[in-house]
Ligand binder design. Structure first.
Ligand SMILES: [Fe+2]
Ligand SMILES: [Fe+2]
Length: 435
């Protein structure tokens, strides 16, 4: 029944697009179609995610086959303009739908972002064929994304069932990661995708659990860290959307709002029944994830209190958090490449803002410091990694173009300053999963 409403909404969206192509902007036929689509969206009562993957149309995590006739012309236009991901908020108004359709009808290829609708390309580094492994990975990822959205909405309303669902979902994510990297690949590939709030929460959850597994924490701790990753930014709900989506640098008073989200997140989590007793680490990570390994971040600890180290779960989630934020398109900058994001992690680790040991493990997970990778050292030397020391990926052996070898594990040796870009081949792990 609910699914029928969603199908009707798709038909109405297709109808709205058709009407706007026939009738001028602002005409009563267009407005009438927009109202019908809005009515269906209200009946559905939740946000809607539309994904175009090659010739496939995916709504939430469900592939629509065949594509309804009334939606086909709209689908083709979205395809031609390069729109692959559309997120429509549950409370989008008829006017919001009209504004977005106007963007499409005017053949505007730039990503679209209003307070209620976000549409853009997924910026896939590898293009996908409909049945490729990456397509299947992305569909699996989309299923978890729909779950994450429901869970975070429940938690924002302080419903304890959100915690129960979070526990179930992270257990599934962790067991999937144990058998392959298919959840890891969409994170590596998708850079300009959907509503940042939910993708970021899910990405930090997946990356944190993968890192916790790599560090050989107990299964129970991996699950808890995954939950902490999912919930780490809940406090952003209290930050006004105009500040969250701002395209320019934040003013000092706006930063004051932003810097309160760790406190608000911890407070919100503590208000959910049984979290304090059963999952005390969740509010701790929400509170500490921006503090920095050397506590140079925020919130600041009052001088009168004794110095205490950050919980290791907070140190770990902080790395996934920084990495995912760098890899995602933000209103004020494009997404950074894997190499650039890894470079920043290394610099943060050397500046003691992030835990060096955990960053090393994370870079191993990304497979970014393997032999053959070009790097620039802190003394300006350019070279290639020829060998890595087990357990010390930040200090490999480097060969330069004059045949000299530098061992970066020597105390006086320079450090890696920059990881150079190079084309990233298809992941061997991913191919292994396919075979
Ligand atoms: Fe945060
Ligand atoms: Fe975050």
């Amino acid at each position: 029944m609910a699914q029928d409403v969603l199908n009707y909404f798709l038909n109405n969206l297709g109808g709205l697009f058709r009407m706007r192509r026939i009738y001028p902007e602002g005409s009563k036929q267009v407005l009438q179609s927009a109202k019908q689509a809005h009515q269906r969206l209200s009946e559905w009562g939740r946000s809607v995610r539309i994904t175009l993957l090659g010739q496939d149309l995916i709504i939430e995590d469900r592939r629509i086959d065949p594509i309804p006739f009334s939606f086909q012309a709209f689908f083709q236009s979205l395809q031609q303009l390069g729109f692959e991901s559309i997120h429509i908020e549950a409370d989008a108004e008829a006017e919001d739908l009209v504004d977005w359709i106007e963007h499409i009808v005017s053949k505007n290829r730039t990503p679209y972002q209003s307070h209620k609708i976000v549409a853009g390309s997924m910026n896939l580094q590898q293009r996908t064929s409909p049945q490729s492994l990456l397509t299947r990975s992305i569909m699996g990822y989309l299923g978890f994304l729909a779950e994450a959205q429901g869970i975070l909405t429940d938690l924002e309303a302080r419903k304890p069932e959100g915690i129960v669902r979070a526990r179930e979902v992270v257990c599934t994510i962790v067991s999937r990661l144990a058998i392959g990297r298919e959840l890891f690949e969409p994170i590596r590939e998708l850079k300009n995708f959907d509503d940042y709030t939910y993708t970021h929460a899910l990405n930090v959850c997946i990356l944190s659990s993968a890192l916790a597994r790599a560090l050989r924490f107990s299964e129970e701790m991996v699950n808890t860290i995954a939950m902490a990753g999912l919930c780490h930014d809940l406090g952003k709900k209290e930050v006004p959307k105009e500040i969250l989506h701002q395209k320019k640098a934040l003013q000092p008073e706006e930063w004051q709002f932003m810097e309160k989200h760790p406190f608000w997140g911890a407070k919100l989590l503590l208000e959910i029944p049984n979290v304090e007793t059963n999952y005390p680490l969740l509010p701790v990570v929400a509170y500490q994830h921006h503090m920095g390994y050397n506590q140079s971040g925020y919130p600041k600890i009052q001088h009168r209190l004794p110095y205490y180290p950050l919980h290791f779960a907070s140190q770990l989630v902080a790395i996934s958090d920084v990495y995912d934020a760098l890899r995602t398109v933000r209103p004020y900058r494009p997404a950074l490449s894997v190499a650039k994001a890894a470079t920043i992690l290394i610099r943060d680790a050397l500046a003691e803002k992030l835990n060096k040991e955990y960053v090393s493990a994370f870079l191993l997970l990304l497979n970014i410091l393997s032999p053959g990778r070009k790097v620039v050292l802190s003394d300006g030397t350019k070279g290639i990694i020829v060998e890595t020391h087990t357990g010390r990926p930040l200090c490999p052996m480097i060969g330069d173009d004059q045949g000299r070898i530098f061992d970066l594990s020597e105390p006086s040796a320079p450090t890696i300053y920059e990881i150079e870009e190079d084309p990233i081949p298809d992941s061997p792990q991913l191919q292994a999963v396919a075979s």
